[in-house]
Design a protein around this ligand. Sequence first.
Ligand code: AMP
Length: 639
Amino acid sequence: MRTTEHDALTAAENQAADETLETVTSVEAPRFSDLGLSETVLAAVADMGYEAPTPVQAASIPEVLAGRDLLAAAQTGTGKTAAFLLPTMDRLPHVVSPAKKGARGHRRRNAAKGRGPSMLVITPTRELAQQIETVCRAIAARTGHIAVTVVGGVGYVPQKQALARGCDILVATPGRLVDLMEQGAANLDEVSVLVLDEADRTLDMGFLPQVRQIVGACREQRQTLLFSATLDEARVGAITDLVNDPARVEIAPVTSTAETVDQYVLPVSRDAKNGALTAVLKKEGPERVIVFVRTKRRADTCARRLERAGITCGAIHGDRSQAQRERALRDFREGKVQVLVATDVLARGIDITDVRYVVNFDVPEEPTDYIHRIGRTGRAGEEGWSLTFVTKDDVAEFYDIEALMAKTADLYDAEGIDVGDDYPRVSPNRVPAARPAGKKEKKRRRQAKKATDKRRERVREPKQRAPRQRDIERRAARDAARNAAQATEEGSSHPSSRKRPGKVRVREEEAASRMTAPEQRRPNRAERRAARFGEDAVARAEKKRRDAEERENDEAARSRGRSAKGKAARKGRRDQTERAAAERPARDSWRNYDDAAEPRGRRSGSRGGRSGGRDNRGSYGQQNRSRSGRRPGDCGGRR
Ligand code: AMP
């Protein structure tokens, strides 16, 4: 359509139209070159393939270049990393000038020894730190800055060495940086630009004391840039005093994130969820999909289950080591695995492009996490979609999310997918609630959920209830009554008397009658258990107990240093001695004890058992013997 119009225009009209278009473009979408960035940094922008600044970049870059502090509300996926790195690195001094002749590469690093950093970026997670480092290195390839990253979960030594060599920019997670400061490996005296990235999340993770400690170690005269998904007082109020007369940039309120993401909801019963996930992945294709779950354990089990269904998976969550997380992300980026199963560790900030769709297997606890989760797809204007599973347990939380977004998700077409019977009825014509549930309502829901979980647990594995006090008393009274009755019955003929609890001494006839009339006596414990749990279960339990006992005995024997081999050897020696003794005349057997030709015990002077050592009776010399040839205390082998 547009081409046809253009064809119809004359050359002059064409030129006029182009000019108009340019003017309009420059008003609606500013260019990087309009923002005041140097040629060097513009070259870096071109290297990274950015054509036009995103709104947060357009609003922040001029303010930062002017040296102002910044308070920016921008969630991940908006281009905020470049928004703070481009203008700061444009003006940042170098610990060693990159232009210095001969001072390149290794030699330049040596010249920087111990200096810096001049800029510090604090970010809550390792993944975010590494992502920032990547953008940082891309810009530094032009500006010549030296960047170092320090994060937890990896060795200290390389990080200390890198800091000792000196750097311009330090990207760090708060915990590890404080450790390094306390060990005297990180010095923040020269920090003149401080960036607090994802400040809300940093505080959510409980890093406020570390942040305060870090900020206290930086120069007082500095530029501070604070980026957060929200500037809500309740979330980041504790650190907004760190910025001085800031420029405020509020580009994309957190609730409007998902404009480019089509959202769907799938009501499903709890028991059908696992099967439904596999079915959805098979129906829509499993390639380049992120599945979000609530807990670390669920992430692992979900990944295993998908693998069993033939879908290749990686899992990423807080319990995985740094190396495991990196491998999972790399495999997913490179397409070696189709699906990435993740907890909210991944929801924020991780830059994985080209995610086809996101599945919220569990509704997230925090509505803002939902926004971050679905923000993984449909990035930088690409199209993407998300699907959220809702059960009766969490449908209310999902409605909260819709209230926050002031829009509803469409119902997913579940044809061919088994969603079970007990799914929540979600109306396609619903309107979002005016506001999400308050604290009281959330508390009530938590309690209700706990109660439901407990009920389910009880149905699943019937547990043996601990006897109640009332039952104990009743049983004791019944036993006492039975004993009393027995005593009266047996009357004059010696009543059975209790010797020990649980053991009853009975007369012979009584015992015989008990043996011959099993139905009259109370079944013993094993019988009672067999009746209650079935013969097999009891036999299995008994075998298990015996095995455990044997294992315990073996363990005890081993710890006493008695190996089976040693035992066999000792038995062999004992048998040999016994055979020899049997061959001797019984009365003279003791005489052989001192027979020089038949030494007993160990030879090397140790005491070596009953008659082996010098201090033992077996080694008594001739002088200690009585005239009869017996040794003291010896009865001549007759007793
Ligand atoms: P961020 O919000 O910093 O995590 O960035 C999200 C994604 O947007 C990253 O993949 C960036 O490479 C990309 N990005 C940042 N700025 C631009 C831009 N001006 N044009 C296109 N993509 C961008």
